[in-house]
Design a binder for this molecule. Structure first.
Ligand SMILES: NC(=O)c1ccc[n+]([C@@H]2O[C@H](COP(=O)([O-])OP(=O)(O)OC[C@H]3O[C@@H](n4cnc5c(N)ncnc54)[C@H](OP(=O)(O)O)[C@@H]3O)[C@@H](O)[C@H]2O)c1
Length: 270
């Protein structure tokens, strides 16, 4: 598994992690993923999967990078303190490696939110602060509100089918050394599975299939490798299945050629 630096922290994280939204696979797929080097698990208070992640982490805490999130509806100072305590309890850990603001909330001053997040680092409950679903302006406002600690990551929608961040946010994060954590990198599985209905494939899917055959990889592995071919991007696919978790981990430690990347780029477009 290839590693990438998280922000400018000096902490190395795998380029493929494990997502857990709507996760119902029990501990086995998570343990297999960890065993294959996907030692980055992403959860959130709203996913209701912090408990299963906690079970998987028993005895492994120090070898896994643990990321969770406070909901965008809990961004007042006191709400953040209550949320982190509940997450620590469910995860059965005494610190979170990356605590992320799940989505921005215009109804709460960003200064109040980010100062509460910083206080968690100062108190040793959290190692690093991240955000999620922040556009460039929101990210800049959040950065401007920080006093002692940097924002190290922004978790956003990014896949061959969802490329809006390439216009503005991705270049900004790359310039600022803010890691982009690509969520829904398989477009909810639609980039990993051949369409069930027979008929003419759309141009993007046809190219994805062609490149997969050429590279000797699966469509899912090509779609994930395309994400991580971008500087500063890691991807967090979710799978309930042991076999598909193994497959997704196999998206690392090799690279699509420049020609394959440009064919994928042009056939999916923006
Ligand atoms: N911050 C946010 O607002 C936000 C929003 C959405 C997601 N996320 C994070 O990103 C993670 C991933 O995103 P996602 O769950 O929305 O979508 P995804 O990872 O793009 O796709 C998940 C779907 O793909 C299927 N799948 C996974 N690997 C496969 C493979 N190799 N072959 C065929 N099908 C495969 C899964 O089915 P099986 O489980 O049956 O394998 C599931 O139906 C989430 O779990 C969560 O941690 C964050």
């Amino acid at each position: 598994m290839e590693l990438r630096e998280l922000g400018k922290t000096g902490v190395m994280v795998p380029e493929i992690g494990l997502g857990t939204w709507k996760y119902s696979g029990g501990v086995a797929p998570l343990l297999r993923g960890i065993g294959l080097g996907a030692r980055f698990i992403d959860t959130a208070e709203m996913y209701r999967t912090e408990d299963v992640v906690g079970q998987a982490l028993k005895g492994l805490r120090d070898s896994v990078f643990l990321a969770t999130k406070v909901s965008g509806s809990h961004l007042r100072h006191g709400q953040i303190l209550r949320a982190v305590e509940a997450s620590l309890r469910l995860l059965q850990v005494d610190r979170i490696d990356l605590y992320q603001v799940h989505w921005p909330n215009r109804g709460v001053p960003i200064g109040e939110t980010m100062s509460a997040m910083e206080s968690l680092v100062n108190e040793g409950m959290v190692n690093h602060i991240g955000v999620s679903n922040f556009d460039r302006r929101e990210l800049q406002e959040a950065q401007g509100a920080m006093t002692n600690h940097p924002i190290v990551s922004n978790q956003v929608l990014y896949s061959l089918k969802d490329r809006d961040i390439e216009r503005d946010l991705l270049p900004y994060c790359q310039e600022q050394s803010i890691t982009v954590i690509a969520y829904t990198p398989l477009a909810d599985g639609s980039l990993a599975n051949k369409p069930r209905l027979l008929g003419k494939l759309d141009k993007g899917t046809a190219t994805l299939q062609e490149v997969a055959v050429e590279a000797g990889k699966t469509m899912a592995q090509v779609a994930l490798n395309w994400c991580t071919s971008h500087a500063g991007v890691i991807a967090i696919p979710k799978s309930n299945s042991l076999a598909r978790t193994e497959e997704n981990c196999g998206a690392s430690s090799w690279r699509l050629s420049p020609g394959q990347l440009s064919r994928l780029d042009s056939s999916f477009g923006r």
